[in-house]
Design a protein around this ligand. Structure first.
Ligand code: SF4
Length: 716
């Protein structure tokens, strides 16, 4: 048996795993006892990773050969790589001649490796010349990115996991850590056991497993987070719990915020948030007066049309109370996907360039162009995820190259997304797994290697870069994503930049990574001192500049922030109610989220029968009283409708929810949920209902909130 060190393919905790194999087949997995993210522990998903590589899964669920069809009505044709590359290049060039380079958009994934991100970005912006490259990380953490940049000057979570053990107060907002980041939650449990004085506050409309563990659960009305955070700041100011010395020395803009939050008393917020006033006051006291307060936050704040406001309002609590730049405290955004952070570093998003540069800044574009050896980059920002599909639906984007994600299930407002995909003249889907909802709309399928089969790096929530390693060769014709991109790019180069040296002269992922490294030098995320060889020894946190012996565990220890003035910035943020408001027709507030044992659209976790043990099918959860009020019984089928669509699903009683709330897991698509839309297309999970309204600053859609109505479904 061989053992290969790698990293879990699921969430942003980034646990180290040791893959067991015979060199051809993966036979087992165990936690890496030396990896600082997990010290040997794995959750149910990580511990069953080897089962996703069983021979029967490879045979039945993996995409094994390139495929092509001229028209969606025609059957798929298997192709060689040579054949499909040639045809794809011809189609792309014809499209370019007819519509220009910006008619092609790329929609990629936080599950790609940093090397893959670099390859896609260089192809899209450096070779092809389109600014329209975005990632499904847009749905995950783009509000956190903008929140950090606006408040602290850089997209850099300032904390480390070890701050959990050093905190005296944990403020967990919009995160069911117990289910979404299980190994991190184990650390929280252990920290509480070691230090019973540790106070844990959870802000969540549902009484989740995380909330159940808290000392104080603020079960606020969905969408009212900013009002809560403002009232906490109001109370801190009123009681003298703020740190005027810190504010004066290290921040700017506080007076405007002080004036603004005067109007948001705990009494007023209590009404807006539907919370006891005393709970708001107690939360403010614990936050400000604990020796070290660490906030952990995630999709509950980010996936909102006010996502950036929510992030900023929370960060401002840290700035006002001086809870930043010391061990055990600070605002710590948790990433959802395994390499959402790496995608940000590599600039594989519409609003970012490599090294945290800005595509709207000519100097930043010129720097990247010089690093890549191209004349210029297209001016940005490009279209963000929802905008990309809106543009495709409007006929402006003519072709989409999609990698390692399933927008036909995971993007909001499915009716629009499906219309967009249908309208595209060319849809290329590069994926490891077959049978996704998006595959129905594709013309080209490119089989990709996945966990256990490919080499590269990922960065987890605490800025820690880990190696991902191949234990076995990819099955069938599957290839690494960077390699698929490189090979098609090399065929395009002689036609797009005749006579010039190749931009993709890479024999392996390390060469792509070295180019990525160069783009970080002198930047806040500088990894000039890192190498694959150094990462072979142990995962490392950035920044890790040349000459350093170790990466930096915490940022802003000198209280000098990444803004031009060196001061963190307060912003006066107005509280605004959610875009939709309950009505007679749609009286329920619907939210969605993860189950502990499943991942995204089930393409990987859905291959492991044991992971369905806790939840074999999706059920719409309602408070037991709400179920009675709706005249429904446990397990009955109902039709749930929003302004955008409807689906049929079984209901279940769940006392975790408040009255007038509903919750549906995000994982299932049409194969499980019954129903067809008016055009006859299969309905797609919760995103048939969700809103495509986006945060104006981050472009992140309001996936956590939609108003819906419910009707019992009489079966024939
Ligand atoms: Fe994998 Fe996340 Fe579970 Fe760790 S916590 S084993 S990274 S899914």
């Amino acid at each position: 048996m061989m053992e290969t060190r790698s990293t879990c393919a699921y969430c942003g905790v980034g646990c180290g795993v040791i893959i067991q194999s015979d060199g051809r087949h993966i036979t087992g997995v165990r936690g890496d006892p030396e990896h600082p993210a997990n010290y040997g522990r794995l959750c149910s998903k990580g511990a069953s990773l080897h089962l996703t590589a069983r021979p029967e899964v490879l045979a039945s669920r993996r995409l094994l050969t390139p495929r092509w069809r001229e028209d969606r009505s025609l059957p798929w044709q298997a192709s060689s790589w040579d054949g499909i590359q040639q045809r794809l290049v011809e189609r792309l060039l014809a499209l370019r001649a007819a519509h220009g380079p910006e008619a092609l958009g790329f929609y990629i994934s936080g599950q790609l490796l940093t090397e893959d991100y670099h390859a896609f970005n260089k192809l899209a912006r450096g070779l092809w010349g389109t600014p329209h490259i975005d990632s499904n990380s847009r749905l995950c953490m783009s509000s956190a990115v903008v929140g950090y940049k606006k408040a602290l000057g850089a997209d850099a979570p300032p904390c480390s996991y070890e701050d959990i053990e050093q905190a005296s107060c944990l403020f967990i907002a919009g995160s069911n850590t117990a289910w979404a980041h299980p190994i991190l939650f184990r650390r929280i449990e252990a920290a509480k056991a070691a230090n019973p004085a540790l106070r844990i506050i959870v802000v969540d409309p549902r009484r989740t497993e995380t909330a159940e563990f808290a000392d104080l659960h603020l079960a606020l009305r969905p969408g009212s987070d900013v009002a809560l955070f403002q009232a906490m700041l109001h109370q801190m100011i009123w009681q003298g719990w703020i740190r005027p010395d810190f504010i004066a020395a290290h921040t700017e803009g506080f007076e405007a915020v002080r004036a603004q939050v005067q109007a948001m008393s705990p009494a007023r917020a209590a009404q807006l948030c539907d919370l006891p006033e005393a709970q708001i006051i107690e939360a403010a006291r614990l936050f400000a007066q604990s020796p070290a307060t660490l906030s952990l936050y995630c999709m509950g704040l980010n996936q909102s049309s006010a996502g950036t406001d929510k992030n900023q309002a929370l960060i401002q609590l840290h700035l006002a109370s001086g809870q930043i730049g010391r061990p055990g405290c600070g605002p710590f955004s948790l990433t959802g996907q395994p390499n959402a952070m790496g995608g940000r570093e590599a600039g594989g998003m519409a609003t970012l360039l490599p090294g945290h540069r800005d595509p709207a800044c000519p100097a930043d574009r010129a720097e990247v162009a010089a690093l890549w050896g191209v004349d210029s980059l297209p001016a940005g920002p490009g279209k963000t995820a929802v905008e990309l599909f809106e543009a495709a639906e409007a006929g402006e984007i003519k072709a989409l190259w999609i990698a390692c994600t399933d927008p036909a299930q995971s993007l909001p407002h499915q009716a629009l997304v499906r219309a967009a995909l249908k309208r595209c003249e060319l849809v290329v889907l590069q994926d490891a797994f077959s049978g996704s909802a998006t595959a129905e709309f594709a013309h080209v399928l490119l089989p990709a290697a996945t966990w256990g089969e490919k080499e590269g790096t990922v960065t987890n929530s605490e800025r820690r870069i880990s190696r991902v390693r191949a234990a076995v060769p990819p099955p069938g014709e599957a290839r690494s994503d960077w390699q698929i991109v490189r090979d098609i790019a090399r065929r395009l180069e002689p036609l797009l930049r005749p006579g010039k040296p190749s931009l993709f002269a890479w024999d392996g992922p390390e060469q792509a990574w070295l180019e990525h490294r160069e783009a970080t030098r002198g930047r806040d995320l500088d990894i000039g001192g890192l190498s694959y060889a150094r990462l072979e020894q142990a995962p490392q946190q950035w920044p890790f500049p040349d000459g350093e012996a170790a990466g930096q565990a915490r940022l802003y220890l000198d209280h000098r922030f990444a803004t031009p003035s060196g001061r963190a910035r307060f912003h006066a943020i107005g509280w605004r109610p959610p875009v939709e408001w309950p009505s007679v027709e749609r009286p329920l507030q619907l939210s969605s989220g993860r189950l502990r044992d499943q991942w995204h659209s089930l393409s990987r976790s859905g291959t492991v029968p044991a992971l369905f043990g806790g939840a074999p099918e999706p059920r719409l959860a309602l408070h037991p009283d709400e179920l009675v009020r709706q005249g429904l019984a446990e397990g009955e089928l109902a039709t749930v409708s929003s302004a955008r669509g409807r689906l049929h699903v079984r209901v279940t009683a769940d006392a975790q929810l408040g009255p007038r709330q509903a919750w549906l897991p995000m994982h299932w698509g049409s194969e499980y949920l019954l129903g067809r839309d008016e055009a006859g297309a299969a309905l797609q999970g919760v995103n048939a209902l969700s809103q495509d309204r986006c945060c104006p600053d981050s472009g992140q859609p309001e996936l956590k909130y939609a108003t819906v109505g419910l009707q019992g479904l009489a079966l024939p």
